[in-house]
Design a protein. Structure first.
Lengths: 114, 112
């Protein structure tokens, strides 16, 4: 079974631009979560989607948004990029939503904002 | 209230030794405590997880010890190997969601 795939793997943008990252969960998984990983802040939860609905949201500004499609694939968008948005963005999928569900992470998209 | 504190930040162990990483949490609503292992260029991968109804869980060389009253849990890696060199994250979740709150991470180096 293929793992979680994320595209693109690397991205360079300039301040003020916007970016869209894509995540394809493991086949059959319906829950997708997004995390931001930086050396300073570590791994921080962005949001979680299940059945095309946002179920949970972390403490990030409204510039960060996401959505999930009927095939469970998910995208996250960051508008008006700032230097501090440079990070590894990780997507994780699980079979369903709920505490204790094993989350499988993708390799991440490394975003560099110049 | 949502934080998970992890220590040490880095750890160097000789091959065959025991690696111990500690975590403490504040939110008593947490009821699931996984440990993730991350290699450079890869996403985190689940290593082992525990629920608060047990005090210890062992899988191969990896053991989680859990102290509910102290709100602490730890990862023990027995017979540490150079291939175990990676960054380890403790995490916690609860109250019905999949959302994970991660510790700061521990960079483990196992010398041959």
């Amino acid at each position: 079974k293929a793992g979680v795939t994320q595209t693109p793997r690397y991205l360079i943008k300039t301040r003020g631009q916007q970016v869209t990252l894509s995540c394809s969960p493991i086949s059959g998984h319906r829950s997708v979560s997004w995390y931001q990983q930086t050396p300073g802040q570590g791994l921080q939860f962005l949001f979680e989607y299940f059945s095309e609905t946002q179920r949970n949201k972390g403490n990030f500004p409204g510039r960060f948004s996401g959505r999930q499609f009927s095939n469970s694939r998910s995208e996250m968008n960051v508008s008006t990029l700032e230097l501090g948005d440079s990070a590894l963005y990780l997507c994780a999928s699980s079979f369903t939503q709920g505490t204790g569900e094993t989350q499988y992470f993708g390799p991440g998209t490394r975003l560099l904002v110049l | 209230q949502q934080q998970v504190k992890q220590s040490p930040q880095s750890l160097i162990v000789q091959k065959g030794g025991i690696s111990i990483i500690n975590c403490a949490y504040e939110n008593t609503a947490f009821d699931y405590f996984p440990w993730y292992q991350q290699f450079p260029g890869k996403g985190p991968a689940l290593l082992i997880a525990i629920r608060p109804d047990v005090s210890e869980k062992k899988e191969g060389r990896f053991t989680i010890s859990f102290n509910k009253s102290a709100k602490q849990f730890s990862l023990h890696i027995m017979d540490s190997q150079p291939g175990d060199s990676a960054t380890y994250f403790c995490a916690a979740s609860g109250t019905g969601g999949s959302r994970l709150t991660f510790g700061e991470g521990t960079q483990l180096t196992v010398n041959p």
